[in-house]
Design a binder for this molecule. Structure first.
Ligand code: ATP
Length: 428
């Protein structure tokens, strides 16, 4: 039977020796406390898919907080207890974070609420998880180390590339699972089985009742997946798009922007230009069209951090400002407009524009990224200028010169700036 399969060998091959040894120690500790400990969730799934994953989630049959405290006493590090959920996080001295929970039955007060918790056994714990492929465990306690615990044919579904819920009310109880299903489908190129898909469709209307934080977290994770275009396509098929944002645009228009953004990110990635995590918010922005109202809607509806808010404001600002650079404009014109604007905001904004302009925007980003030998404030002072409010624009002038004439040496740029400065002063 599959649920007696031993995966010790796979663990040894795929996990780092540090993790493998740590899991063994955890198992020995559990045995010592007369508990059973299991590795569960994503790391088990990814082991069987041969994908790397070091999010160690441990479930114990027994008191998880007591177990985490024991690990901390034995191996050092720090432990944080979360009484309300009967869970704990143990931070190993080398900084690896390990979540320890008590095998539990989650029951829900009402749909879309956070789970409340009471003690129970492993099978019930696994039954309350989202999908069969995520509901497998690996025993760690010494006498069964490496035994795959698979009550719900998760391994079979994994082989058949299926996302399957464990019970019919699953999506009603927790609509974030619909979004999780889409995320896993796209990440692994799996598909929900027919029944799961129908249940998902029936439950989508509960998505708006999710709290701001849960919805934002899920969307963020979705749009940080490798292929957001696939995700948006699937959200469209499930009629979820109108539930997460108000848009009057056609799906085709949204899809085109998403593809364009994805293309820009990829082009920059190839040139080793770093894109900030906050870029996921661009996919949300992309679905909007009537900007003013949507800025408010997004702020009201989502729980964003300051980088995400900044990016959104930058993009909306660009849309309102309606600049006029063309494919013919010199780099200095681009820099005049965008010298303060983040790479993320530029590529988001240009995904609304024609491909030729996107190409120019990417060229500009690369050129400004590779500006070298820039004249600095220090150089201006050395040349005899008193620091003043014109410095900033003077330095940008220097960058513009260099962008248009890359072969100019720094001293040549400086000379031109000094002349420019004199003229500026004359004007005042
Ligand atoms: P990822 O690779 O994206 O981190 P993961 O499966 O590890 O995927 P987590 O969000 O870290 O995702 O969740 C860990 C485990 O907790 C999952 O594998 C699943 O068993 C369970 N889980 C997470 N969210 C839910 C949920 N909303 N409902 C039920 N079970 C969940």
């Amino acid at each position: 039977r599959l649920n007696r399969m031993n995966v010790r060998q796979e663990m040894k091959q795929q996990y780092t020796s540090f993790i493998y040894k740590l899991l063994k120690e955890i198992g020995i500790g559990a045995q010592h406390l007369n508990m059973r400990a299991y590795l569960i969730g994503g790391m088990v799934r990814d082991l069987l898919l041969q994908r790397p994953n070091e999010d160690v989630d441990i479930v114990v049959e027994g008191d998880g907080m007591k177990f985490a405290t024991y690990l901390q006493e034995k191996f050092g590090g720090q432990v944080r207890l979360h009484e309300e959920f009967k869970t704990a996080t143990w931070k190993h001295p080398n900084n690896l974070k390990i979540d320890v929970t008590s095998a539990r039955t989650e029951f829900y007060d009402f749909p879309a609420a956070l789970p409340k918790v009471e003690m129970s056994t492993m099978k019930e714990d696994l039954y309350r998880r989202d999908f069969t492929i995520n509901a497998m465990g690996i025993a760690l306690h010494k006498d069964q180390f490496g035994v795959l615990i698979d009550y719900f044919q998760g391994y079979n579904d994994l082989l058949n590339k299926k996302i399957k819920i464990l019970y019919n009310l699953s999506f009603i109880e927790d609509p974030t699972r619909i979004l999780r299903a889409v995320r896993f489908e796209c990440r692994f190129q799996f598909k929900m089985d027919e029944e799961t898909f129908l249940f998902a469709k029936e439950a989508v209307n509960n998505i708006p009742s999710l709290s701001k934080t849960r919805l934002s977290n899920e969307l963020k994770k979705m749009f940080q997946e490798e292929n957001p275009a696939l995700i948006i396509d699937r959200l469209h098929q499930l009629n979820i798009l109108p539930l997460i944002i108000t848009t009057i645009d056609t799906y085709e228009a949204i899809e085109r922007r998403v593809q364009s953004l994805k293309h820009s990110i990829y082009e920059l990635y190839k040139k080793e230009i770093r894109i900030e995590e906050s870029i996921w918010i661009a996919y949300l922005i992309m679905m909007t069209s009537s900007i003013e109202t949507n800025e408010l809607v997004i702020l009201e509806r989502y729980d964003l951090n300051k980088d995400e808010i900044k990016l959104m404001k930058e993009v909306f600002y660009l849309v309102e400002a309606q600049h006029h650079v063309t494919t013919e404009s010199p780099m200095s014109d681009w820099h005049e407009i965008f010298n303060h604007t983040s790479t993320e905001a530029i590529i988001t904004y240009y995904s609304y524009q024609a491909n030729e302009l996107v190409a120019c925007a990417l060229n500009y980003i690369l050129a400004r990224e590779h500006l070298i030998d820039k004249v600095t404030g220090e150089d201006l002072i050395q040349a005899g200028l008193q620091p003043n409010t014109l410095f900033k624009s003077l330095l940008i002038e220097g960058e513009k010169l260099k962008l248009d004439m890359p072969s100019l040496r720094k001293d040549e740029v400086l000379q031109k700036l000094l002349v420019h400065y004199k003229n500026m002063n004359k004007r005042f």
